[in-house]
Design a protein around this ligand. Structure first.
Ligand code: G6P
Length: 593
């Protein structure tokens, strides 16, 4: 969602803020702005991207400032609605991520008291409240203002006068980065990696005061100390390193990501998530996620049912909040790359309140989900910058293979066979990447169409759903993922020569029926692209194009198939000339319901 940055130190703040804002743009990119603290506060903000904002700036010398990149919720993207927002006197500036749910009432009240609002945002009420309660101490005024706020927030504020930043969080991510003679505040660690990898994650209710030499944090009026943590990512991981887009770089990182996520677990097979597994026999496992992470959950459901022989329910996190019944003792697993998706956090809290032990599978150490869940399983994807999730999805699948193996009720030789195949996965993915030119051609071919279906069966149904999601996210081709058997129950009405179907094949018990489905589709004059395992002699007689997939055991086929579909979407979008890393209207981390 929105990205926040604050800097206080001994160097000119403006270029640092701009640099960090560029790195935060993946959180939202419809408008952006910054406020610099000199004798007064200078605000520069506008609709559009950080590069456009930067073009209008000339270098200034202030050493303190805050910045924001926005994904609009209240009020359209515009210069006026962009952050930072100022109080009436222009002496306090504020950036915010989150939603103030009672802002209308507060706005009316503040207006009656004489405050003049200039934007349509919910955020502006916070800065006016701070102004209202200001009695000479910014942190105290922030605390009083936040006492009136319902909803979620991460904020960074500054004021004219003494150089300091005041930060606060409730249910939205915020951290403090520690430098040498300089300090930072940011909504995520990837933004400040060029400057420091030492961070302090704020907890809900924390209010911090940051100067260039010192940070102090209080919660509920009492000073608290928070651990300094090292971010486990390198600067290079957060850079394009010669690739045209982050998405392509992240697709190509996947062999290494699989290896990193497997490393340690496969050799030791030490108990995974001991706290929840110590909990004894369970009736079911509940998987909760949104978007791509939900698709990983669907693959996970299949794996856990097959290998751990346990009933699994996979729910869209946003919908779980409307359900109240669990069947018996349940473990809940939240799947969230960022660890900050509001719906998933809420679903995890709800699962806890229903008595579940909870685990989160996440990529981000210190993220909000890790504070809610009893345990965390960290995937080792490294920072994912492109809005469309790729390497984090593959790492989530690997996490599910590891969990399913750890909890498997299968004989030793089947387990060892699967472990051996898992070890080969990085090579299989690498082979696929080495032969990507054919997929690139087919991606370009698909770019001519406005609509497509992706179909699969069994463990490859979620792969079809994810393939369609990737395609629509970045190429803007309307794409629908569908169970191959369901297509004829309605969607067949849309089949014609201008609506290609991408069919995901696997050498398992779904294969023969999938071939029948493909024949039914071909009879309607619809072009078909099939994903097929190398060596398949049947499928290419039926379809128009084949993407050959390095053979692996069918249970692992979702990994290699998904990588092929990521490339397909990438090359379709590239041919169409769209901004692949930052598709319109989307944001990487959706911190509102
Ligand atoms: C957003 C992103 C998706 C992502 C989803 C869930 O919609 O654009 O790529 O799959 O959020 O994100 P999470 O961080 O919870 O995995």
């Amino acid at each position: 969602m929105c990205g926040l940055i604050g800097y206080i130190g001994n160097r000119p703040a403006q270029p640092i803020l701009i640099d960090c804002l560029r790195r935060l743009e993946y959180r939202g990119y419809d408008s952006c702005g910054l406020a610099l603290l000199g004798d007064g506060i200078q605000v520069y903000k506008d609709q559009g991207k950080v590069a456009e904002l930067q073009r209008g700036l000339s270098l200034t010398n202030e050493r303190t400032g805050i910045g924001h990149t926005r994904w609009a919720t209240h009020g359209r993207p515009s210069g006026i609605n962009a952050h930072p927002h100022l109080d009436c006197a222009g002496q306090i500036a504020l950036v915010h991520n989150g939603i103030v749910t009672n802002f209308l009432r507060l706005r009316q009240q503040l207006t009656q008291e004489g405050h003049i609002f200039s934007s349509e945002t919910d955020t502006e009420v916070i800065v006016h409240l701070i102004e209202k309660y200001y009695r000479g101490d910014l942190a105290e005024a922030v605390a009083a203002a936040l006492g009136q706020i319902e909803g979620s927030y991460a904020i960074i504020a500054l004021q004219t006068g003494p150089k300091k930043l005041v930060v606060a969080r409730n249910e939205s991510p915020l951290l403090i980065g520690l430098g040498d003679g300089e300090n930072f505040a940011a909504s995520d660690a990837a933004a400040i990696l060029d400057y420091t990898d030492r961070v302090v994650y704020l907890e809900d209710g924390d209010i911090g005061v940051i100067t260039e030499r010192e940070i102090t944090i209080a919660n509920n009026g009492h000073e608290v100390s928070r651990q300094v943590q090292q971010v486990p990512w390198t600067q290079e991981e957060a850079q394009k390193t010669g690739y045209e887009h982050f998405m392509l770089k992240e697709i190509h990182e996947q062999p290494r990501v699989i290896q990193n996520t497997l490393r340690g677990h496969l050799s030791s097979m030490e108990p995974v998530a001991p706290e929840i597994t110590a909990n004894g026999d369970i009736a079911q496992i509940l998987l909760l996620g949104c978007g791509t992470s939900y698709h990983a959950a669907l693959v996970g459901k299949y794996l856990l049912e097959k290998l751990a022989k346990v009933a699994v329910r996979a729910e869209l996190a946003s919908e779980f909040n409307y359900h109240d019944t669990l069947l018996g003792k349940t473990w809940a697993i939240g799947i969230t790359q960022s660890g900050e998706t509001a719906d998933t956090l809420m679903a995890l809290r709800k699962a806890k309140s229903l008595g579940c032990k909870t685990l989160v599978i996440t990529n981000v150490v210190g993220s909000s989900a890790t504070r809610i869940a009893d345990e965390a399983f960290y995937i080792k994807a490294g920072p994912e910058i492109s809005v469309a999730a790729t390497k984090s999805f593959i790492a989530q699948l690997v996490a599910f293979y590891l969990l399913a193996l750890a909890w498997a009720r299968i004989d030793t030789s089947s387990r060892e066979r699967l472990m051996a195949e898992l070890r080969l996965l990085p090579n299989k993915v690498q082979q696929l990447l080495d032969g990507q030119d054919d997929i690139a051609e087919l991606g370009e071919y698909l770019s001519r169409y406005d609509s497509a279906f992706f179909i699969g069966r069994g463990i490859n149904l979620p792969v079809a759903l994810e393939g369609a999601l990737k395609m629509k996210e970045i190429s803007y081709i309307h794409a629908e993922g569908c169970a191959a058997g369901e297509l004829k129950h309605g969607s067949f009405a849309l089949l014609n020569p201008h609506t290609p179907v991408v069919a995901i094949g696997a050498q398992d018990n779904t294969y023969d029926t999938l071939l029948t489905n493909i024949k039914e589709i071909k009879t309607r004059g619809t072009p078909v692209i099939a994903l097929a395992a190398e060596g398949d002699r049947e499928i290419d007689k039926l379809v128009d194009h084949v993407i050959w997939i390095p053979g692996t055991t069918p249970l692992l086929s979702p990994v290699v198939n998904s990588v092929a579909l990521q490339l397909l979407a990438y090359y379709a979008a590239r041919k169409r000339g769209y901004p692949i890393d930052q598709p319109r209207n989307l944001a990487k981390s959706v911190t509102v319901e």
